[in-house]
Design a protein around this ligand. Sequence first.
Ligand code: NAD
Length: 251
Amino acid sequence: MADDLSAASHWISHANTVVALTGAGISTESGIPDFRGPKGLWTTNPKAERLSDIRYYMADTEVRALAWQKRLELTASAVEPNAGHYALAGLERRGQMHALVTQNVDGLHQRAGNSQDRVIEVHGNIHETVCMSCHWRGPTRDVLTRVRAGEADPPCERCGGILKTATISFGQALVPEVIDRAMGAAEAADVLLTVGTSLQVYPIADAVPLAKQAGARVIIVNAEPTPFDSMADAVLPGRIGEILPALCQGG
Ligand code: NAD
């Protein structure tokens, strides 16, 4: 592990083009649970999987009410970026971060200092809300004001349709241009750094073999094994908040 850490740190400090691929694990130290980790939402409550599935969301007002309560918790509590997010923001400040592909919807990379045009959000984000019928779009904070005022599952004020944050749930189509941009970035990387993702969600997990075939070094930072560990040049298990600052310190 110490050898892997120093080799990986050397590759990053000498890379022109680092691309990061992050998942829910980078935000657990900010207090947001992941899905599949030991304390993950799905691990502790298999029914929670319904919250992320568009079929249950569209069919059941109770699922939607619970989803809005979760959004309220995420935005109301003091959720802040952590050392892992700041380490990646440091790579961009040093001019090395070509793109930061994230499966997360929490917006913490931008809050840590990564610029919006470098962050590729393959599953959307929670800050915008969309009407599933008339496609109205507006800020989630306005919808959450209605939830706080007692509307458990607020309907669209324009057409009465179902509202949902502009995130991509299981069963919803990805945006092809966004996926193409993410894959293009992975292909152009000198170093692909995956952080806090179980690499079980496709097609984005394919960024790993794509980058590898195009000649990138692949570094995986994750507490648990992933299906791509044998392909990686370095695997760093352990806490992201400890490993990333050491990995990305430069020099
Ligand atoms: P995942 O839950 O499948 O995997 C997260 C991985 O991170 C796990 O293997 C876990 O062991 C590891 N991990 C957790 N905390 C860690 C830490 N502090 N240090 C090191 N490793 C740690 O997450 P995924 O691969 O991102 O896929 C799940 C889907 O969940 C994504 O599509 C994403 O959209 C969504 N999601 C997002 C958020 C968020 O925005 N913060 C939260 C939950 C789920």
